[in-house]
Design a protein around this ligand. Sequence first.
Ligand SMILES: NC(=O)c1ccc[n+]([C@@H]2O[C@H](COP(=O)([O-])OP(=O)(O)OC[C@H]3O[C@@H](n4cnc5c(N)ncnc54)[C@H](O)[C@@H]3O)[C@@H](O)[C@H]2O)c1
Length: 127
Amino acid sequence: MLLENKVAIITGGARGIGKGIAIKFASEGCKVAIVDISLKDARGTRAELKKTGADALAIECDVTVEKQVKNAVEKVIGKFGTVDIMINNAGAAGPAIPSRRCPRRPGTGPSRSTSKASSFSANLSCR
Ligand SMILES: NC(=O)c1ccc[n+]([C@@H]2O[C@H](COP(=O)([O-])OP(=O)(O)OC[C@H]3O[C@@H](n4cnc5c(N)ncnc54)[C@H](O)[C@@H]3O)[C@@H](O)[C@H]2O)c1
């Protein structure tokens, strides 16, 4: 198995693409932390993974709030001892905006909170 005994955090792992990544990683022997704003959905995904024999954790966290990301990383380290892989999948793009109204400067507008959230997660899990 490719990821035997590795530990991955997957933000937005309760649903959609993140859930797909969680299922694939778990099938490769990875311990998976589902970090999602919806605890109910995260628990549902963890339950599905557990049925396959995978080691998984469900954590409620809004990735746009640095303190919550820090707590989530600490919980994962508390349970699994380390973080090997960080998948910054959760999007926080906000409402759709017609392209003619999108800001032209990079690093502003809807992409900003997603980028900020990804950098919280990457920085905190590397510490
Ligand atoms: N599906 C696509 O076609 C597509 C295309 C381009 C980019 N993306 C990006 O890929 C990522 C996943 O897309 P998807 O289609 O699986 O989305 P989805 O809506 O099916 O799932 C997103 C998951 O992220 C969680 N989430 C949302 N906001 C969060 C937050 N602030 N903190 C923590 N968790 C949060 C949701 O509860 C959900 O479980 C997103 O970042 C999206 O912008 C998707």
